[in-house]
Design a protein. Sequence first.
Lengths: 63, 331
Amino acid sequence: MRKVLREAILTVMTAALAAAILLPTFLILKLLIEVGVYEAALPAVVGFGMLLAYLLRRETAGG
Amino acid sequence: MDSGLLFIGFIVAVALLFDFFNGFHDAANSVATVVSTRVLSPGQAVVWAAFFNFVAAFGLGVHVANTIGKGVIETAIIDERLILSALIGAIVWDVITWRYGLPTSSSHALIGGLVGAAIAKAGTDAVIGAGLRNISAFIVISPMVGFIAATLLALAILHIYSRQAPSTVQGVFRRLQLLSAAVYSLGHGTNDAQKTMGVIAILLFSTGHMGGEFHVPIWVILSAHASIALGTLFGGWRIVRTMGLGITKLEPQDGFAAEAASAAAILFATQVGIPVSTTHTIAGGIIGVGSIKRLSAVRWGVAINMVIVWILTIPASGLVAGLAYLVAREF
């Protein structure tokens, strides 16, 4: 019973966490789109994605 | 019945067949992660996805349909032959990529088809540059956003659940994956069905069967959603293997992060009226969750082949559509 309750609480908390991460991400993207899709969103998204991939590569090198 | 109307009815049927095939082709994207993590059996997963594909008909708008209908090529040059040629280009490319198990984009195949047929009919001036530019930008943005959002989410999950027992993690994410698969299927249903709606609506509008103002009739909305849902029900298992097992090995928490992030990206694009590839977006998400383990966990050879096919999609479907138009013009 305790395990089920614990899992239920974790499920709700994780769904809330997902919303807390995803909503701001898309609010930022919407702002970029309002500035101009091609001019702002594309380089910003590609730049951030490449930075993230580089950081992951450093973190996981040799892993 | 008037033969012109019969021809339009035939093209509407071909458009709905394309939509059915879109569901069939992209069923893998909706269900690959839930199947590969064994949260649902393949049969249960396709029913789950198809249900949410259909439910997406209600309340998610028609912004993408408007973009397809009015934002890719000049409406003044559209006629029955052009739309039929565009559909032929998209269907031929979909069949080729399905045959080889390549998860390409039915959406970009359709856009390529419209552009190719329009150029064959009236030259490059018939293409709306700004519309095509925004769609092209999202060819890169949508998988990249799927990658970024899925990576951030997966990192947060990894951090929070690092001290939890594996059985607890499995229990939580098996439930959450049902939710993420449902939301993903809503996004897939609305963004992809709207492309077919846009094609049918512009066909009816440009042939004078809609009245003075461009809009998407309710019967078009319902039939497009029914077609994509049926296509999903019949599923495309070759591509399930590539998406669910070919790129990286998935755990339920990985599947949740990839699907939730991709679903959010697709629903966002739908709200701003951009037709994106649901295939590209989920692939970006899957690569994101794979790469936080180890970059070597991602089968980069598979991922690179997919990118090559993505780049080829618009020109290849455009070429087939252009040739189809040149043939159709003779009749």
